[in-house]
Ligand binder design. Structure first.
Ligand SMILES: Nc1ncnc2c1ncn2[C@@H]1O[C@H](COP(=O)(O)OP(=O)(O)O)[C@@H](O)[C@H]1O
Ligand SMILES: O=C(CO)[C@H](O)[C@H](O)COP(=O)(O)O
Length: 581
């Protein structure tokens, strides 16, 4: 297939569907990686009990259909060549006839998804970690309550009759979507490796499932959790089924890709960008010097390496789970966007903020950012929090402390409840999240990563204050993509890979620095597959803006970082005091 150049009209389109925590987004993307149409639809979440978070696979599929139909309106459907999905790594439960099963005591089968941020399986994950099974070294040494094994064990122990015994299929949400589109139950290597303890080279480990009390899943060659595993971007079966085509408003038979988890799609969408001409150190360095940070409800810190790197408290190393042929370490913060929303919406001055932002036709965040600019006077905005410090683990620490018992902390509160007070608390929260990123980077570097540049995407990357604080606090430049919906571009890249359109693109037309990908020759997977993905990544991820750190503020942030580290130290001391006699 010839790749159009200059003003020539693109001939092919790809649809990417991104299922985040709060909404489903779809994009129509052309061969140059340009997003031509975008649509978004919120999705329901239920919290039947504290720390139980549920969704509905039927609701989510219906939302996928709404947004997909919207983005292809007015397009000649024959030009659409591929479809890719990404989604949060939530657990979908279906019976043997693929009907939803309840994941709750109420028996409500509409709610058949245990969401990724659900922390109901605390006792189960403790017991799993107590086994000290060797597989745990591939999830940072400690399994997270947010992974699938503890959730499966919870279902077995708590909903035996209504759910466990009737279950025929346990899917990661990205794999549920590709099944729904194609009827193919194959799982993506990405979801199985990152959330289900599958090893890319060795497969399932029977001894793990036996040791944790889930030996029933081994039956029938793991048919309930996946016995056919494909690399993300691989084409599934005969493509889109007639039924799904009707639902989505797309032509039957178009290529559908094996999916990715949302954070991984974001990473794929940004990490391969051509950075030439921006004065960035990573231009002369291998791609392993880049850290993709996908910031939505949560933040995920995706660093890749040629050889496995074991980082205590950081998920992975996962082989080929994001960039084919590379190992992935995935740091994370369980709530970031959700924490900012929680702090802002819970403040006494929130109604006033909302009214003022609405009057100016601004988002509350844009309003708060301009309000901070007003009150900072001559000093840098970050200095407004000299006596206000936040520890951000309101939903436990995912990385690098891997401690789900940690709680949030705020020190420096006053009696004031006005808008200034809200704005400064909002700033301190954003700074705390950026300090959390610094802690993750330090842990990765201590274990052998060498990171020089951050590539941010996700909803929070639309917030200039969030981006600036990440640059200033980590001391690293932050690259933002030209396309703000980079996660969706990642999903569309999958569709492009599945279509095969990129297989005959001339190498000379690639716009990526050779240096960045110099290690790619070592990839052990089929050359064709790597070729598609590398080309697609280079074409579809373009730099939009680079935010450099203000090095003159370093001393201030180093001091605040010292306080940040003291906060968690003190929290642990408080817990020890309260545990003592
Ligand atoms: N325009 C914006 N300005 C500032 N923050 C934003 C903006 N849009 C989204 N956000 C933040 O991003 C978060 C959601 O990001 P998003 O990537 O949409 O989440 P998810 O993929 O988890 O559904 C929200 O919690 C909000 O704090
Ligand atoms: O653990 C994950 C990725 O590995 C979750 O899917 C992710 O953290 C949730 O994504 P988002 O915050 O963008 O909704």
């Amino acid at each position: 297939m010839a790749v159009p150049s200059g003003d020539q009209k693109p001939e092919s389109y790809y649809v990417g569907v991104d299922v985040g925590t709060g909404s489903v987004r779809a994009a129509l993307v052309d061969q140059r990686g340009t997003l031509v149409a975008f649509a978004e639809q919120p999705i329901n979440q239920w919290e039947p009990q504290f720390n139980h978070h549920e969704q509905s696979s039927e609701d989510i599929w219906a939302a996928c259909c709404v947004v997909t139909k919207k983005v292809v309106q007015g397009i000649d459907l024959n030009q659409i060549r591929g479809l890719g999905f990404d989604a949060t790594c939530s657990l979908v439960v279906l019976d043997k006839q693929f009907r939803p099963l309840p994941v709750n005591h109420e028996g409500n089968s509409h709610q058949n998804i245990i969401m990724w941020l659900d922390h109901r399986a605390v006792s189960q994950v403790h017991r799993i970690n107590e086994t000290k099974h060797s597989i745990l070294q591939y999830v940072g040494g400690v399994m997270s309550v947010e992974m699938q094994a503890p959730k499966l064990l919870w279902l077995k122990e708590n909903l035996r009759e209504t759910c466990w015994d009737k279950a025929g299929h346990f899917f990661d949400l990205p794999d549920f979507l590709s099944w729904k589109a194609t009827g193919v139950t194959a799982r993506s290597l990405c979801s199985l490796v990152c959330k289900w303890t599958y090893l890319a080279e060795e497969g399932w480990d029977d001894s793990f499932w036996k040791m944790v009390g889930l030996e029933d899943l081994i039956a029938d060659n793991y048919s309930k959790i996946g016995n056919q595993v494909l690399p993300p971007g691989a084409s599934l079966g005969n493509g889109l089924t007639p039924e799904a085509a009707k639902d989505l408003g797309l032509p039957a038979g178009i290529a559908v890709a094996a999916s990715l988890i949302d954070a991984h799609a974001g990473g794929l969408g940004v990490i391969g960008a051509d950075v030439r001409g921006y004065g960035l150190a990573c231009e002369e360095q291998p791609v392993t010097s880049r850290l993709a940070v996908i910031c939505g409800t949560s933040s995920c810190h995706m660093g890749i390496s040629k050889d496995p790197i074991f980082v205590p408290g950081i998920w992975g190393p996962y082989f080929s789970a994001m960039v084919p042929g590379f190992w992935l370490n995935e740091g994370g913060q369980s709530v970031t966007g959700k924490l900012i929303d929680h702090m802002v919406q819970g403040h006494a001055a929130f109604p006033e903020l909302q009214a003022k932002a609405t009057a100016r036709c601004q988002s509350v965040y844009a309003y708060l950012n301009s309000h901070l600019d007003l009150i900072k006077k001559a000093q840098p905005v970050g200095f407004l929090t000299v006596d206000l410090h936040v520890w951000p683990d309101f939903h436990g620490n995912r990385s690098p402390l891997a401690d789900l018992t940690l709680k949030g902390m705020v020190t420096g509160l006053k009696l004031s409840q006005d808008l200034d007070d809200l704005a400064i608390l909002y700033l301190a929260t954003i700074q705390a999240i950026a300090f959390g990123t610094r802690l993750i980077i330090e842990a990765m570097e201590a274990a052998g990563h060498s990171i020089s540049t951050l590539f941010l995407c996700g909803g929070l990357s639309k917030n200039p204050l969030f981006v600036k604080m990440h640059a200033d606090i980590t001391g690293m430049p932050v690259v933002l993509s030209q396309e703000v919906e980079s996660v969706l571009v990642g999903a569309a890249i999958l569709g492009a890979c599945a279509s095969g359109d990129f297989s005959s693109v001339q190498l000379s037309s690639m716009n990526i620095s050779n240096n960045c990908w110099s290690s790619i020759m070592l990839w052990p997977l089929p050359a064709e597959y790597w070729g598609w993905k590398r080309e697609a990544m280079a074409r579809m991820s373009k730099v939009g803006k680079v935010v450099f750190p203000r090095h003159e503020d370093k001393r201030y942030y180093d001091k605040k970082y010292q306080v940040f580290l003291k906060l968690v130290e003190h929290q642990k001391e408080y817990a020890a005091i309260m545990k003592g006699d």
